[in-house]
Design a binder for this molecule. Sequence first.
Ligand code: NAD
Ligand code: ZN
Length: 355
Amino acid sequence: MYTINIDKKYNIYIEKDFNNIKRYLIKDNIEYNNVVIITDDNVCKYYLQNIKESFLGYNVFVYTIKYGEQSKNLNQIYNIYEFLLNNNIDRKSLIVALGGGVVGDISGFVAATYMRGIKFIQVPTTLLSQVDSSIGGKTGVDFLGKKNIIGSFYNPSLVYINISTLNTLPKEQFENGMAEVIKHGYILDKDYLNFIIDKKEEIKNYNKNILAEMIYKSCKIKANIVSIDEKEKGIREILNFGHTFGHSIETESNFDILHGQGVAIGIIASMYISYKKGYILKEDIEKAKEILKYFNIYSFKSFNIQNIYNNMVYDKKNDNKQIKIIMLKKIGQAFATNKVSQQTILDAIKYSLEG
Ligand code: NAD
Ligand code: ZN
């Protein structure tokens, strides 16, 4: 249906089924002998059999992790290395990451490090992984309570998105991914944002053509940013729009809320600062609340504002304890700044939690 080439390095294919994986592997000259599918215990129930059929004639090994963030740790990596060695997996093997961002991040890290790097492909099955985590080459695990603190940049050989996998994705996980989709519109593409707003009903009703177009456009936005700034030295940081607030709210909730909910509150807080600085209008914030609420991601309990602020100070992305905020210059154009006063940040948190 759609193809995006990232910086002449690898392709993203967007399809409605799994039928073309093998064809694209051949087309992109990705050669391999064995296949190791890494998946989780939810995703495997739905799609393992299906994807195995793409590799008929090959030795296919399957490693299944328990679903969820708790699996994203070094013990898991150790166990996978052991599995690979026990099965004589060599450098010519191909790792297939079948699942959401957790499976993708773990598989990518294994692929980056096993025998100093073996090929892998991403087959993302959550909306978040399709529009965000499978693109850009960030891989890794959590360690000592810190998220994504151990990892490396390592690109897949291709990304294969089968949008039909969204049919089985729990609704709240779909909505979780919508936070990143909406974020893409705000930071880089006003027309895309308007497309999401215009087509919100079709999106909610899983209209396949609209979903494919939405995912394509979102992937393109992320792909453009990471191809300019692969190692996050500059523009890539605008992808953190809403995230400095979002991460600290997630922490404050004891990870009781979804990532997308934290990001949604963060988007509103960031927009409040942009409004206070005179860049955008109050009605722009109202519009953002409306679309975030439509996808059920702007909803929350009461949180301690000071704790949220304190967590932000300790965020790993801050230079010298200066809180870096991604703000909007206008709708569809973001920039980073560390020149927002503590009071303004506190006001923004308070505002964003008023609903
Ligand atoms: P996830 O991988 O935990 O998946 C969410 C849930 O959905 C899981 O329970 C999973 O089993 C289930 N699931 C997945 N696909 C399904 C399907 N098609 N049908 C039914 N159930 C399905 O979570 P996620 O939101 O995809 O990813 C979050 C992870 O991604 C975090 O660890 C985060 O740090 C990471 N991340 C990485 C990057 C990056 O650039 N590498 C970017 C953003 C997020
Ligand atoms: Zn995010």
